[in-house]
Design a protein around this ligand. Structure first.
Ligand code: AP5
Length: 220
């Protein structure tokens, strides 16, 4: 049976890092709303140009645009076994839309791991993040460095820093998270789907805890 898992947590909590590890371990499609917007921006599509206006200032892209984009992504064949959602939903409207979307095909969310990390740690993580433009692998200059600084271990591409990781924009993104996304913690807790994981541990320990929780709660 297909499994749908929503990774919840503030910017820099490690959602993308963990989604890359878990999607391989569990053979689930990794759907990152931020990555889809960035890919569209790279290709200068209308969606990308529109999203950039919001992303550059740390604001959320409007719900209707984001929901339509995820609906299309979920309809692709690689989601037949389910998906690991990273960065979506991010507002109560998006959460309700996802429930409705899945229920149309007799599916539902199986588990919502919440990666909890305090604000001061988030800023250090985001300011040291480096990403590979080719394979999307995420490094950190201190916590998960590449072998050669600035170069991807996997394909030797030159790593880049995200425009929205400037300190001022990071602070805005964290504020937006608390105002607009954090109500989802309660929403999923009330639906008995939330499982909280301490995201301040090492990347490996967070992965082990997530895998253990997913196996226990939804038999992945
Ligand atoms: P998005 O790309 O989703 O960004 P985010 O949620 O702000 O999350 P991040 O990617 O910044 O952090 P992460 O939790 O994935 O952390 P990571 O694993 O990289 O969204 C960007 C923008 O797109 C939004 O601001 C918005 O404009 C728009 N958008 C996206 N989705 C939307 C939606 N649904 N609705 C509306 N708008 C939307 O880790 C961070 C760093 O920490 C890395 O360097 C990593 O190596 C390091 N690290 C990770 N784990 C650990 C650990 N355990 N210990 C030490 N270091 C660690």
């Amino acid at each position: 049976m297909a499994k749908f898992i929503v990774l919840l947590g503030p910017p820099g909590a490690g959602k993308g890092t963990q989604a890359q590890i878990l999607s391989k371990a569990l053979n689930l499609a990794h759907i990152s709303s931020g990555d889809i917007f960035r890919e569209n921006l790279k290709n200068q599509t209308e969606l990308g140009k529109l999203a950039q206006k919001y992303m550059d200032r740390g604001a959320l892209v409007p719900d209707d645009i984001t929901i339509a984009m995820i609906q299309e992504r979920l309809s692709r064949s690689d989601c037949i076994n389910g998906a690991l959602l990273d960065g979506f939903p991010r507002t109560p409207t998006q959460a309700i839309a996802l429930d409705e979307l899945l229920s149309k095909s007799n599916q539902k969310i199986d588990c919502v791991p919440y990666i909890n990390v305090p604000a001061e740690v988030l800023i250090e993580r985001l300011s040291g993040r480096w990403t590979c433009p080719t394979c999307g692998y995420v490094y950190h200059e201190k916590f998960n460095p590449p072998t050669v600084p600035g170069i991807c271990d996997k394909d030797q591409s030159k790593l880049y820093q995200r425009v929205d990781d400037k300190e001022e924009t990071v602070k805005k993104r964290i504020d937006v998270y608390w105002e607009q996304t954090s109500p989802l913690i309660e929403y999923y807790r009330q639906n008995n789907l939330l499982v909280e994981v301490d995201g301040t541990q090492s990347i490996e320990n967070v992965s082990s805890q997530l895998l253990e929780a997913l196996q226990r709660i939804c038999s992945v």
